[in-house]
Design a protein around this ligand. Structure first.
Ligand SMILES: [Zn+2]
Length: 239
C-alpha cells in the first residue's frame, strides 16, 4: 500500500482556518517527506527525510526542530516503490504536461522528488497572517514572489487529480529547497538541468480532518469561491 496522508483540506484554508491543528510530532508519524504551512499561514514548509524547513516571506529559511509547532494543512508520505526519473533537462511544463501524460497521472495521487541544478526558479512564500484571518484568496493577492538563478536543490511535491481540486491543490503542488538550505518556497516556475529523481504513485489517500477544531467545524464552505481561490493561490500552474 502506498499512502498519501493529508491533514485538513485546502477548502478549509480557503475559508481562513489558519490556526494549526496538527503538531509536527503527529504529522511525522505519517510521513518523512512532505509539504504544508504553519499556523497563521506562516510560510512554506518542506519536509525532507524527517527534517523540517520553513521558508518565511522575508526569504529566510528556518530549520524547525520544535516538534510542538502546528500546521493547519499538510501532505506527507513515506517514500516507497519509487519509479526512477531521469529527465536530464526539465522545466515546469515538463512536470505539468509531459510527466503527467507519460506516467498517466490524471486519475491518481502521486509524489515527485527532483534533485539537480536550477538555472531559473520562481517562487512565492505565504506571509504570516494575524487574526481575524482573511481568506486565502485575499492573502494570495499579496504574496511575495522571488526569482533566482543558478541554484542546486530539490523539488518535492504532490499531484492530485482535478476532481479533488478543493480537498487539495489539483495538479502539481511543488515546493523547493536549495542544497545549502538557504532558499526555499512554493514553486511557480523553474528550469532545471542534470535532474535525477523519482515518482511514487499512491493507491491510498488518507484524509485526516481536524474534528476538534471549532473554526473548522463552524466554517461554511462556498465551493464556487473556493475553486476560484485555489486556482489563484495554490495552483502551481498560475504564473
Ligand atoms: Zn505551497
Amino acid at each position: 500500500m502506498n499512502t498519501l496522508y493529508e491533514h485538513s483540506t485546502l477548502a478549509s484554508l480557503m475559508a481562513g482556518n489558519f490556526d494549526g491543528t496538527i503538531t509536527l510530532k503527529d504529522l511525522l508519524t505519517h510521513g518523512s517527506y512532505g509539504l504544508g504551512t504553519f499556523s497563521g499561514l506562516d510560510g512554506e514548509v518542506i519536509i525532507l527525510d524527517n527534517e523540517v524547513y520553513q521558508a518565511t516571506s522575508s526569504g529566510k529559511v528556518n530549520h524547525i526542530t520544535d516538534m510542538n509547532t502546528k500546521l493547519p494543512f499538510a501532505s506527507v508520505h513515506f517514500p516507497k516503490d519509487l519509479i526512477e526519473l531521469s529527465p536530464e533537462n526539465a522545466d515546469f511544463n515538463y512536470v505539468n504536461q509531459t510527466l503527467v501524460k507519460e506516467q498517466k497521472l490524471q486519475n491518481v495521487f502521486a509524489a515527485i522528488q527532483l534533485k539537480g541544478s536550477f538555472p531559473f526558479l520562481h517562487t512565492r512564500i505565504a506571509p504570516k497572517q494575524e487574526k481575524p484571518y482573511p481568506s486565502l484568496l485575499e492573502v494570495a493577492q499579496n504574496q511575495p514572489e522571488f526569482t533566482f538563478e543558478d541554484l542546486t536543490g530539490t523539488i518535492i511535491g504532490y499531484y492530485a487529480p482535478a476532481i479533488f481540486g478543493s480537498v487539495t491543490a489539483s495538479g502539481w503542488h511543488l515546493h523547493f529547497i536549495s542544497d545549502d538550505h538557504q532558499i526555499a518556497g512554493h514553486v511557480l516556475d523553474f528550469k532545471a538541468e542534470n535532474l535525477s529523481g523519482n515518482l511514487e504513485i499512491f493507491d491510498t489517500l488518507q484524509q485526516h480532518f481536524p474534528i476538534n477544531d471549532s473554526d473548522f467545524r463552524d466554517s461554511e464552505v462556498d465551493l464556487a469561491s473556493v475553486k476560484e481561490g485555489i486556482e489563484k493561490s495554490e495552483g502551481s500552474s498560475n504564473k
